[in-house]
Design a protein around this ligand. Structure first.
Ligand code: GLA
Length: 376
């Protein structure tokens, strides 16, 4: 059922409007966001749709096509609403906490973003609700300040220590562009990313591998990076230049921490190199950077799983220019840069590799850089 029909059914009325916010894939720049470095995501065509209408002040009711039970809440504090609705209550809380007079609302949600696949279904949910409440209440919150507010909802209300990548992508991406974001200054640059014009495509391969220990491992990576920055005497690992990497590694005793630092410092440089190539129209040449990013996540940051590595290898063997895991890790999706007409062959190669290993079959599709959060 669509969000619109769910709204009509649950609330017996027409909504004031429909708002949509997309999931994302990150082209390159993984785990660099909370190290105040660089990322380069683009928005997916798959979105979360929110049908929203007014309710009495201080009352919010939310229902969705993905969870049976709707839920109502008033002004809450972090942790009081749990489960998927916490993302909605978190947005209301973060807006109120920032001093906004948030309008009461009835919200019906539907999502096309696959949950648990590392494509930021939670950021899509947050961003659709945030955009709707801002519009509905006529709140003055410029676009560039919105991702940090949604991130705060996730960090403080939901309790997940994520960076600002996903919310920035869902809110600030534009169709046909990749979003180059400086995660310290929040400055952005929209980078031309029209692959079809080049006869190219990004094939997304959902590994369908079960996510395991994601939260704990993510937090551990973040802690290790922050600890390394402290030892090195810099505000964040973003401040270690590639030219200073060898020196920095010499000053760290812990072998695991050294690997984590090497990933972040080299990954930031790969983002910058990727942006330079895309701006120069040399799209195919980003392939080796994507593949190097994957090797770094596999060997240094240690966030891949066998299903993910097999997908990358199979895609490369089938002729991809480059391939890498995208997102937080421990499952999720791989992206491969391919000639558009090779999509069936690469898909088949990955499916065969999965079949040979007895893995659950992957799901593959072409991702086109799409529009960020908006009123429909
Ligand atoms: C998850 C987090 C992001 C980012 C990525 C890794 O998606 O939500 O903030 O850290 O992992 O790049």
């Amino acid at each position: 059922m669509s969000a619109l029909n769910l709204f009509r059914k649950e609330f017996g009325a027409e909504p004031a409007g429909l708002w949509a916010a997309p999931g994302r894939v990150n082209l390159i720049g993984e785990h660099t966001d909370y190290n105040e470095g660089f990322v380069l995501p683009f928005a997916l065509p798959q979105r979360t749709i929110a049908a929203v209408g007014p309710a009495p002040a201080g009352e919010w009711t939310v229902c969705s096509t993905f969870e049976g039970e709707g839920i109502s809440f008033g002004a809450t504090e972090p942790g009081e609403v749990t489960g998927w609705a916490a993302y909605v209550a978190g947005i209301v809380w973060a807006l109120r906490d920032a001093g906004f007079d948030v309008p009461g609302a009835r919200i019906a949600l539907d999502s096309e973003v696959p949950v648990g696949s590392g494509l930021s279904s939670s950021a899509a949910l947050e961003s659709s609700v945030l955009t709707a409440l801002i519009d509905l209440g006529g709140l003055e919150l410029p676009l560039e300040r919105r991702p940090a507010l949604a991130q705060r909802a996730e960090n403080v209300y939901v309790g997940a220590p994520t960076g600002i990548l996903d919310q920035s992508a869902s809110i600030r991406c534009r169709a046909g562009r990749a979003l180059f974001l400086d995660c310290r200054s929040y400055e952005i640059k929209q980078i031309p990313f029209d692959l079809a014009a080049e006869g190219l495509a990004i094939l997304v391969i959902n590994s369908n591998a079960p996510h395991q220990h994601v939260d704990g491992e993510y937090g551990a990576r973040r802690k290790s990076c922050e600890e390394a920055a402290r030892i090195l005497g810099v505000p964040a690992l973003r401040d270690v230049p590639l030219a200073g990497l060898a020196d920095a590694l010499d000053r760290l005793d812990d072998e695991v921490m050294r690997r984590r630092v090497r990933h972040i410092v080299t990954e930031d440089q790969r983002v910058l190199d990727t942006v330079a190539l895309l701006e120069g129209g040399r799209v195919r040449e980003i392939g080796p950077l994507l593949t190097a990013s994957h090797a770094s996540m596999r060997d240094d940051f240690e966030i891949t799983v066998p299903q993910i590595d097999v997908a990358v290898e199979a895609a490369l063997e089938a002729g991809a220019y480059g391939a890498r895991m995208t997102g937080g890790g421990f499952g999720g999706c791989v992206l491969a840069l391919i000639d558009a007409d090779r999509a069936p062959a690469v898909t088949e190669a990955v499916e065969n590799a999965y079949g040979n290993r007895g893995f659950t079959a992957p799901t593959c599709w072409i991702a086109v850089a799409s529009e960020g959060a908006a009123r429909l």
